[in-house]
Design a protein around this ligand. Structure first.
Ligand SMILES: C[S@@+](CC[C@H](N)C(=O)[O-])C[C@H]1O[C@@H](n2cnc3c(N)ncnc32)[C@H](O)[C@@H]1O
Length: 202
């Protein structure tokens, strides 16, 4: 069964924190008119117990629907999101391919994964995204800090090490070395971490 992220208060709080971080880092109240917000999206209904990402962000004045780009490999979710929010942009497919093949001009990226934080697939997702981001992009990477089934715990520094290994120094030096993060408990047994990457105007 699909996790109903739009119904989770913990997700709403994490997104509110993302907005606060963006505002603090950039001094901007919202996504600039010329730029976009890109996210791994899942289902985004108009109504719900909490609020879906697009509903929450439009409501608090962070963006207008036309600036919202949602990507998911689940085609049915994308088709449904399109019916709910026809002014936003919905892309079915693999993240790295979608952003490579479309005009990609974010001010903020939310790589909101359901992967373990120390894996090559998480690192690849981040490394494929970094070079395509324009200057001043704030990219928040959200991933799992533990495997609730095996009780294994992971270290976020492994992700940073993998990214540094796979990325050329030319691109790497455009990103701030200071990578703040916050942890939160998602469903009782699952701990998530959000890491904040900032591309400078170099
Ligand atoms: C945690 S959910 C997104 C929740 C949403 N951002 C929110 O705040 O409610 C992650 C979604 O990303 C999709 N996904 C994960 N990795 C992907 C990838 N590499 N390409 C496309 N979709 C992906 C999954 O199918 C899932 O629906």
């Amino acid at each position: 069964m699909e996790t109903r992220y739009h119904d989770l208060e913990v997700k709403r709080r994490a997104r509110a924190r993302n907005v606060k971080i963006f505002r603090k880092l950039t001094g901007l109240n919202s996504i600039p008119k010329s730029h976009e917000y890109w996210t791994l999206c899942a289902s985004q209904p108009q109504n719900g117990k909490s609020a879906s990402e697009i509903v929450q962000l439009v409501k608090n004045g962070f963006l207008v629907p036309d600036q919202f780009h949602g990507v998911d490999r689940n085609k049915q979710l994308i088709q449904q999101n399109r019916k709910w929010h026809h002014k936003a942009h919905w892309h079915a497919g693999e993240w790295s391919e979608v952003i490579r093949d479309h005009h990609f001009n974010p001010a903020m990226v939310y790589l909101d994964t359901i992967s373990f934080i120390n894996t090559m697939s998480t690192a690849d997702l981040v490394s494929n995204t970094m070079p395509l981001c324009p200057p001043n992009t704030v990219m928040i990477v959200n991933a799992m800090m533990n495997d609730p089934r095996s009780r294994k715990k992971f270290d976020y520094r492994d992700l940073i090490e993998l990214i540094c290994k796979s990325m050329g120094s030319f691109e790497l030096k455009k990103w701030r070395r200071d990578i703040p993060g916050f942890e939160y408990n998602a469903t009782g047994y699952t701990h998530m971490m959000s890491l904040v990457f900032v591309k400078d105007n170099k």
